[in-house]
Design a protein around this ligand. Sequence first.
Ligand code: ACO
Length: 329
Amino acid sequence: MKRPFAMLTATAHAVPKRVFKNDEFRSIGVDTSDEWIQERTGIRQRYIAGPGETLTSLSTEAAREAMAAAGVTAPELDAIILGTASPDRLLPSTAVEIQAALGATRAVAFDVGAACSGWLYGVQVAEGLIATGSYETILVIGGEQLSRIINWKDRNTCVLFGDGSGATVVKKATKGRGILSAYMRSDGTLADLLQRQKGAGAAPITPEIIAEGSHWITMAGREVFKNAVRSMADASDRALDGAKLSAADIDVMIPHQANIRIIEATAKHANIPMEKVFVNVDRYGNTSAASIPIALSEAMKQGVVKEGTTVMFVAFGAGFTWGSMVVRF
Ligand code: ACO
């Protein structure tokens, strides 16, 4: 058996109504500036969920649009896979809540915990399910409400992240189109560099944990930066090797949107000019698992990705987790 088994069809995204610009951090007492954030990260603004906006509601909105564009109805879905690090509840999975909201009665639904690599892992799990021959139509979502799990007093992290969701309908490959290569890796020895240390099973939430703030995301920024550049370089090499393609064969690169400097370093390593790299980190910030499907959704709407386009995806996230894919649309 040989690839492609599966292909990516319609992709859509949804973000909260509220735009939060860099200048607004000062007004909530965070000692930072628009200049610092733009220079170090390339981020100008992000979307932040308000009351009534949840991961389930945003993901359901994105899913409905993607399914309508793909001509797929909810009962036709065989599986719903949600990559997320910020579920609506710790139990049950948010994927089952989306299943209920959509009315996807036949689907199996589950979350994938791979932080920023969650959508990319999810697509590769979907590819595997489709390769068994028992699954045909799978909804893969990457969605986050990071604004609910960041410490809004910690300038090292709170300026980086945003909320949103992106959904892709994955189907059986048709001739010449689909996933040409796929790669996933992780390294749990580096888990402490980007984590929510307490507040779950190993250290259930207490007033002390709340007071010290160890239930929020903490990050060793420079170490994360170095590992992201190294791992995304590895992932881009593997993507090309696996597909037996060279950099010149790639029409568009869609990397995880964490930081413009990480994106530029990855593109440089892969020998892909920045004109071919899709960037929207300036408008969304780092939306973790949602970043690649939101970028793909925009790239498809703008006609940057269309039938026949060869795209390289590269992801990196907490864990650490990383991976890549080459897909012919
Ligand atoms: N505003 C102003 N100053 C700040 C801010 C801020 N928001 N945050 C940190 N600083 C200060 C620091 O306190 C430090 O001050 P000091 O020298 O007086 O101690 C100074 O700026 C420099 O801090 P560094 O951490 O060395 O700054 P650096 O150039 O490394 O940039 C950043 C920090 C942007 C976090 C960078 O390390 C980075 O991008 N790391 C990758 C992190 C990332 O993208 N994580 C996303 C999650 S992982 C993922 O998506 C895969």
